[in-house]
Design a protein around this ligand. Structure first.
Ligand code: ADP
Ligand code: MG
Length: 367
């Protein structure tokens, strides 16, 4: 194994599992723990082009294998060794006005999304679940949603893709919800998630809650047990974050406790999502900065300097829209508060928009 990892490290220096593999530590583990750690590393071993190269299988992996995982986590999140990680939370959404229309009135109808990843402490993480556990988890969560169904603010519907579920939707509705960016894509074709076991037993135990207004959504059985999100068109990030926080609090009151780590805050499958577990994104039209959506490289490096990541219009690993429509979001999740993420998104969007306008762009008739 060590020589295989050395080969990956040489060919793919950005694979953080290979970069930080600690052979002395690995050899010091008993065979059962070695086996567990190799399962955590399976996706990075099979897919050497991985960025992190690891998915936790159980919430306590982060504490149990801290010697190995902590340097990888710090590398990704740019937290120096020895610096304490204090994952604080701050949902004081009205403390700082973040309305995109104050940047430019043309940014008053942008597609905004903010999600948090959460996992129940009573199950293994998705990579280590069996089919019965996936179905049991969906049933527990559906019971919790039932307490919301008739709520004036968060009432809605649960849509399942579990074959035979009483809430099952047909393939046409599933496809339509995916195109509308509400529902998650078919995970069974994803080579990273497949090797990690996260897409196992697809599509059993999978579904989505959607509020009446279609602005509060909860994914069940994707990369984390739950991805809880608010999604709205407009420019008011404060309102978007407040919507998510309200829904999150409601769910927390009716679900088993979420898995947390004393060091890393919210526990997620992928170490890139630890901490706030939050990704807040805007669908922005930046045709000048992307050569009409043809080239994301230049925008990616400009965005990186602002602490932002760029994805295509269909999410991770997708291409930009022909009109230069891209997904921008702050990269930091660990050691930053929710409000800090909102501020970074607002400030970063303002800077990118200024560059786009200076380059001759500036239309945002997004639809
Ligand atoms: P995450 O991993 O944060 O859940 P993904 O990159 O997997 O997000 O994307 C999930 C879905 O959400 C995709 O359909 C993507 O296009 C959509 N999406 C992300 N941000 C926005 C946004 N601001 N507006 C509309 N859809 C969005
Ligand atoms: Mg994703």
């Amino acid at each position: 194994m060590p020589s295989r990892i050395a080969d990956i490290k040489a060919a793919h220096p950005d694979n953080l599992m290979a970069r930080h593999f600690n052979n002395d530590y690995f050899q010091s583990l008993d065979p059962a723990k070695q086996k567990r750690l190799l399962k955590v590393f399976a996706s990075g071993l099979e897919n050497p082009d991985s960025q992190m190269g690891a998915y936790a299988m159980n919430p306590d992996d982060y504490d149990l294998f801290a010697v190995q995982l902590d340097p990888m986590i710090r590398d990704f999140h740019a937290i120096a060794a020895g610096t304490p990680i204090a994952q604080k939370h701050d949902w004081n959404t009205s403390a700082l006005a973040c309305d995109l229309s104050a940047i430019d009135p043309r940014l008053s109808d942008v597609s905004m999304r903010v999600r948090v990843g959460r996992n129940l402490s009573t199950f293994p993480l998705p990579g280590a679940m069996d089919k019965n556990q996936r179905i049991a988890l969906e049933n527990i969560v559906v019971m919790a949603f039932k307490t919301l169904l008739d709520d004036a603010e968060f009432g809605g519907r649960y849509l399942s893709i579990t074959p035979g579920s009483p809430h099952e939707i047909d393939a046409a509705e599933y496809d339509q919800r995916v195109s509308a960016h509400q529902m998650f894509k078919d995970m069974s074709g994803d080579r990273y998630l497949n090797v990690a076991g996260i897409s196992g037993d697809w599509p059993y135990g999978r579904g989505m809650y959607v509020s009446q207004r279609e602005d509060f959504l909860v994914w069940v059985g994707e990369e984390d047990h739950l991805r809880i999100m608010a999604m709205q068109r407009g420019g008011n990030l404060n309102a978007l974050f407040a919507r998510l926080h309200g829904g999150l609090q409601r769910l927390q009151g009716v679900l088993p406790p979420f898995a947390t780590s004393p060091v890393y805050g919210n526990v997620t499958s992928c170490p890139t999502n630890l901490g706030a577990g939050m990704r807040a994104s805007l669908h922005m039209k930046l045709p000048q900065l992307t050569s009409g959506g043809q080239n994301l490289d230049g925008l990616k490096s400009e965005a990186k300097a602002l602490g932002l990541a760029v994805r295509g219009a269909g999410g991770e690993h997708s291409a930009a829209g022909a009109d230069g429509l891209v997904d921008i979001s702050p990269s930091a999740r660990l050691g930053v508060t929710e409000m800090e993420i909102m501020r970074r998104l607002y400030d970063g969007a303002a800077k990118l928009w200024e560059k786009e306008v200076a380059a001759g762009g500036g239309e945002h008739d997004d639809a």
